[in-house]
Design a binder for this molecule. Structure first.
Ligand SMILES: [Zn+2]
Ligand SMILES: [Zn+2]
Length: 646
């Protein structure tokens, strides 16, 4: 029998017999790996562990610990669910059933039957039973005609439609137990790996996402290798529901989504605007210290501007259609960059003028399908804390260091302690797919890596993840619930300087191209604040809190003094409200507690006589009476230092 060479992720080479499977390789490495392995990447393709490898290959074995492993696991659970559905609802037709970030779904056509919560319970129980049989998943490669015949006989029109789009491709079916699906794979070795199962909910979903098609029923579910993991997940889900920014946004009157204004067009209410402006002021001040120059540009621009940048027509599906005015066409701006490039071009630039750092809180517009819109995280208009830095190649590293420093400061100030960075570089095997000269890319990647080292970032390098116009740094931040968000992208750009013919005169008297750095620590302010609301569970740190203190007189007899306290604090810029309603103080406290205001100042006769305030802190309760001026100093200090705790 022939031998093949297998290269493992650590670079080591091993020899196996031709036809060895990923599972056998895992077994030859360790018992633990053999037990935990779920799928395998073979020469860049995701495979089942049970698929024979017939030639030399670089492989990576996936477990529950990585995304690929989880995907194979959850997608296999989708097949298991389909089997359960088919046995309970004979004649059920199946759309698609992919793994998603947190579990899986399957789209079903059950004719007239609308699934109920009781149905979900039944399906869940059936899945547990089927999983317990521990039957293997099997892959079968067949001709297109045979596959078509199979699903025609079965009467599954959705699979037939999917097959129509796969005419040129190799067709594979996956079997397990009594279920067969049209599927590219990969799948886990057997159903027995699925230990804990929870079907979460049913929603309507148009076939292939189009409103012109039939509405199918989509069941969402999640599975885990142990009951404990499922329990932890459900707890986190419960906590996430409590923290949902859409719910808190309404309760705390932060923002409004009005169908009369339009889907995905958030309206900032006074409380939310205070949070937003406070964040903007913080960043503006930092940027001023670092030599950024503020600019303001209009919300629309001539279509030709975006033809030059390539945003039109290449990204036209994610933009609003052009607006015709007289003989010209305009675009609601999808990006701020082209406007800023015009500022660069407005006068001749010399090497001494660089770096030029233009900054704007610029609102942009993107077309998102109405079904995709979600609170503040998926919207049609949002504001980017945008900056374009025009730098010489020899300045790139130092500028990147400064940008990294600023982003670190933003994360630290807002209390994000867990984050890592990805350096997204070119795919070295596919250089032609990127714009810009080869040696510039090499220099840029070196500059990025040097900057990451100098700034002591925890990073990993992702080959092939660069944008086509340049390498980038992505920051992945973990929120209080342990969820990962990508924030604060920094990109080097060699293509736009060419397209816009940006130049500067060098010390040699010759024309040179600058490099552009695009960067936005918050990214979209809408999405960022949505994240902050959930991260803090609506309990903003004092410096960001829309109302920092509520003044609660016990009776009308203290009203005069309460007004004095109010004026005194407001005068120095503390955000206070006076609750002079004719209500019991206990009632007022409970209400301000639900509004998550950091401090409540209870004013009785004793406070009035001693010029003091009785301080209650949100969630912590009574802190006792302190002189008014002491409280004022403490708050001002806490705001000044942007203290995170409250
Ligand atoms: Zn599948
Ligand atoms: Zn840009």
């Amino acid at each position: 029998m022939n031998q093949i060479t297998i290269i493992l992720p650590d670079g080591s080479h091993r020899t196996y017999a031709e036809g060895t499977t990923g599972q056998q390789i895992a077994e030859s490495i360790s018992k633990g790996l053999a037990r935990d392995a779920l799928s395998v990447t073979v020469n860049g393709e995701l495979w089942d562990l049970f698929r024979p490898i017939s030639k030399d290959a670089a492989i990576t074995i996936h477990t529950w610990g990585d995304d690929e492993g989880k995907h194979a696991y959850w997608h296999s659970a989708a097949h298991l669910m389909a089997e359960a559905v088919e046995s309970l609802f004979p004649g059920a037709k199946f759309g698609v059933g992919p793994a998603i970030d947190d579990g899986f779904y399957y789209d079903l056509d059950l004719g007239d039957h609308s699934l109920t919560q009781d149905d979900l319970k039944l399906i869940e129980e059936k899945m547990k039973l089927l999983a317990g049989r521990d039957v293997p998943f099997e892959r079968e490669e067949i001709s297109w005609d045979d596959a078509f015949e199979y699903f025609r006989k079965k009467g599954d029109q959705y699979k037939l439609e999917l097959l129509e789009g796969l005419k040129e491709e190799r067709i594979s079916l996956y079997h397990h137990g009594n279920f067969t699906d049209l599927c590219a794979g990969p799948h886990i070795p057997s159903t027995g790996r699925i230990k804990a199962i929870k079907l979460l909910n049913v929603a309507g979903a148009y076939w292939r996402g189009s409103e012109k098609n039939k509405m199918l029923q989509r069941i969402y579910g999640v599975t885990f290798p142990s009951a404990k993991e499922l329990e932890d997940y459900l707890k986190r889900l419960e906590e996430a529901k409590k923290r949902d920014h859409r719910k808190l946004g309404a309760e705390l009157e932060l923002f409004l989504l009005s169908p009369k204004v339009g889907g995905g067009l958030p309206i900032w209410l006074p409380n939310g605007t205070i949070v937003r402006e406070t964040l903007e002021t913080f960043l503006r001040e930092e940027q001023r210290k670092r030599g950024y120059l503020p600019v303001v540009t209009p919300h629309i621009g001539n279509l030709n501007l975006y033809r030059t940048s390539g945003h039109y027509p290449y990204y036209k599906d994610s933009q609003f259609a052009p607006i015709k005015v007289e003989d010209e066409e305009y675009l609601l701006k999808p990006m701020n960059c082209p406007h800023h490039h015009q500022i660069y071009l407005a006068k001749p630039r010399s090497y001494r003028d660089l770096p030029l750092r233009l900054a704007e809180f610029g609102t942009v517009y993107r077309y998102e399908q109405s079904g995709e819109l979600n609170g503040l995280t998926r919207v049609r208009s949002f504001t980017v804390d945008d900056s374009h830095m025009y730098v010489r190649q020899d300045q790139l590293r130092d500028e990147l260091c400064d940008v990294i420093d600023l982003i670190k400061l933003v994360f630290e100030t807002l209390g994000f302690t867990e984050w890592r960075t990805r350096l997204s570089f070119r795919d070295p095997r596919n250089k032609e797919k990127y714009g810009g000269a080869d040696e510039l890319w090499e220099e840029a990647e070196r500059a990025i890596k040097d900057a990451a080292d100098i700034m002591k970032l925890k990073y990993f390098i992702a080959m092939g993840e660069a944008a086509f116009y340049g390498p980038k740094i992505d920051f992945m931040v973990q929120d209080a619930l342990g969820r990962t968000w990508q924030l604060g992208t920094v990109q080097a750009d060699y293509v736009m300087p060419e397209r816009f013919n940006l130049e500067y005169t060098g010390s040699d008297g010759q024309k040179h191209r600058p490099v552009i750095i695009h960067r936005a620590p918050f990214g979209s302010l809408e999405r960022f604040i949505g994240l902050l609301i959930e991260h803090y569970a609506g309990e903003f740190p004092l410096w960001l809190a829309p109302v920092q203190a509520a003044i609660l007189p016990i009776t009308d007899l203290q009203l005069d003094y309460a007004r004095k306290v109010y004026e005194n604090l407001r005068h120095v810029g503390i955000r206070v409200e006076l609750d002079d309603r004719n209500e019991k103080v206990g009632y007022k406290i409970r209400e301000w507690e639900t509004r998550k205001v950091p401090y409540m100042l209870v004013i009785g006769d004793r406070e009035k006589q001693s010029e003091s305030v009785a301080v209650r802190q949100h969630k912590k309760g009574d802190l006792g009476s302190v002189p008014l001026l002491d409280f004022r100093t403490k708050v001002l200090q806490e705001v000044q230092t942007k203290a995170i705790t409250r």
